[in-house]
Design a protein around this ligand. Structure first.
Ligand SMILES: Cc1cc2nc3c(=O)[nH]c(=O)nc-3n(C[C@H](O)[C@H](O)[C@H](O)COP(=O)(O)OP(=O)(O)OC[C@H]3O[C@@H](n4cnc5c(N)ncnc54)[C@H](O)[C@@H]3O)c2cc1C
Length: 464
């Protein structure tokens, strides 16, 4: 029997895993390599998720998963020699740095290699405009390039059945040292269950209880109409194909269509960083290179801590810290506030999200921050500045979400919940709110910070 190596990456599952299924025609050595370069970019919440996800995967693999830390190319080459491997299999990670490292690996290999797509519905290279250039606008990308072009995604595959090769050296997950030492980790662990089985249960639960009101309900952070599948998807505990086909099998209505289009946004983000990899570091729209960002360190710190004095913003930042997640509507609100009211370059927000989100994803995070900032593809125009008071009143009317994360405001009446600085003194006293003591004064004034942002935007418009 030939000996194969399956290199697990962001495909931590046995079902619908194209590379693993192909590898399973031979005896398989399943390997996870914590690449030292990747580790540098990985936030604490991601490390924590990865630890538990690997633990689950290892259980499904009867404890046969081989763990290594180091440079993936060197480690793979060493294993090929020591374990007499005949062929190597992996699912591609659609990130520019990883793809270029894959190319270096390929050049150094003297055995067969087989590469698959296990994480995107549509390969970025396969979707182009009629003139052969990549799309920069979501709707034509998705509706024309993906759907109308009849490019049906690959149907999900069954579960891989494996005959294992046991590596000569015994290794353990703990040696990867992924678990943060900070007691904060307990909070996150208590909120989530990682692994392939839970991911599928979460999908089933969402399809039974959430999707019926997804289109409208996804705007309300206190409601459970979103899937919360993002970390499972990021680590590949389930594939977008499994979600797509199960969802499509339910029929065709506005909620199903909208949910599928959000998977489309995930595709679009990966597509963008593939075709425009410079956007990982720079504004996609270079007009913004001349923007007079202030990047005030005190403001950034208040934002991170959820101490801006704007309740919906602060509740969002607390949700992020307490749970490793933030509802999409609130991600947009805190993003607009950081970039526009606080005149901070989007990369500061992206980096903090990367540190704290369990679903931190280079493509989704970068593309979404550039979208919020107005610097990205098909972005929210810079001059559209969210008003955090109105956003709170519209999308968390009775304050359920805000009060959950800011219990000191639990007795504030709805009328002043999102603008406590405007409340009469007696009302604040009755609600037990002491501005500047148990809840901050606003760090910037809404009207003037908005005007400031628009004036800064005018400066770059004039330079165009
Ligand atoms: C500033 C900002 C930063 C973000 N950073 C990330 C990130 O690091 N990782 C991440 O996965 N998402 C990110 N998003 C996108 C979105 O907020 C999350 O994917 C979503 O909130 C995850 O919750 P869910 O699984 O319940 O989503 P659902 O509404 O149930 O959507 C299903 C899936 O579709 C995908 N999706 C949904 N919305 C988007 C979107 N706008 N862009 C790309 N994919 C989307 C996700 O994979 C999600 O799991 C960010 C959004 C903003 C505004």
């Amino acid at each position: 029997m030939m000996r194969s190596l399956h290199w697990f990456r962001n495909d931590l599952r046995l079902t619908d895993n194209p590379a693993l299924i192909a590898a399973s025609e031979n005896d398989v050595l399943p390997v996870y390599i914590l690449d030292s370069e990747d580790l540098k970019d990985m936030g604490q919440a991601s490390k924590l998720w990865l630890h538990h996800s690997l633990n689950q995967l290892n259980e499904s693999l009867e404890g046969k998963l081989h763990f290594i830390q180091g440079d993936s190319i060197n480690e793979i080459r060493k294993l090929i020699d020591s374990e007499q491997i005949d062929a190597i299999y992996w699912n591609r990670v659609f990130e520019p740095k990883k793809r270029s490292k894959d190319n270096d690996l390929i050049k150094s290999l003297e055995i067969d290699y087989h590469i698959f797509n296990g994480s995107l519905l549509w390969e970025p290279e396969s979707i182009l405009k009629d003139d052969g250039t990549p799309y920069k606008v979501f709707t034509p990308f998705y509706r024309k390039g993906c759907i109308k072009a009849g490019k049906t995604p690959r149907e999900p595959l069954s579960k891989a059945k494996l005959n294992f090769i046991s590596a000569q050296d015994q290794t353990s997950l703990d040696e990867l040292n992924l678990l943060p030492v900070h007691p904060w980790k307990k909070k996150i662990e208590s909120k989530w269950e990682m692994g392939e089985d839970t991911a599928m249960k979460r999908l089933d639960d969402f399809l039974e209880n959430g999707i019926q009101n997804y289109k409208e309900g996804r705007n309300y952070p206190a409601k459970s109409f979103v899937s919360r599948l993002s970390p499972h998807l990021h680590f590949g505990e389930l594939s977008p194909n499994q979600i797509w086909f199960k969802t499509r099998a339910m029929g065709d209505d506005k909620n199903i269509d909208h949910f599928c289009s959000e998977l489309g946004w995930r595709e679009f983000s990966h597509y963008l960083i593939h075709h425009f990899s410079f956007m990982l570091k720079e504004n996609l729209n270079s007009n913004f290179d001349a923007f007079p960002w202030e990047n005030n360190a005190d403001f950034i710190q208040s934002w991170k801590l959820g101490e801006t004095g704007y309740p919906i913003v602060d509740a969002g930042m607390k949700e992020l810290w307490e749970t490793g997640y933030m509802h999409n509507r609130v991600r947009m609100i805190v993003g607009s506030f950081l970039v526009k009211n606080l005149l901070t370059h989007w990369s500061y927000g992206r980096d903090w999200f990367n540190e704290c989100l369990v679903d931190a994803d280079l493509a989704n995070n970068t593309a979404s921050w550039q979208w919020v900032a107005g610097t990205g593809a098909d972005a929210a125009p810079y001059f559209r500045i969210f008003n955090p008071v109105k956003q709170g009143q519209d999308f968390d009317k009775d304050g359920e979400y805000t009060k959950k994360y800011l219990p000191q405001l639990s007795k504030m009446p709805d009328k002043y919940l999102f603008n406590p600085w405007e409340a009469p003194k007696e009302l604040l006293a009755d609600a037990g709110v002491k501005l500047g003591e148990n809840y901050p004064h606003p760090i910037v004034e809404l009207k003037s910070s908005r005007e400031n942002a628009l004036a800064s935007f005018d400066q770059i418009k004039k330079k165009k």
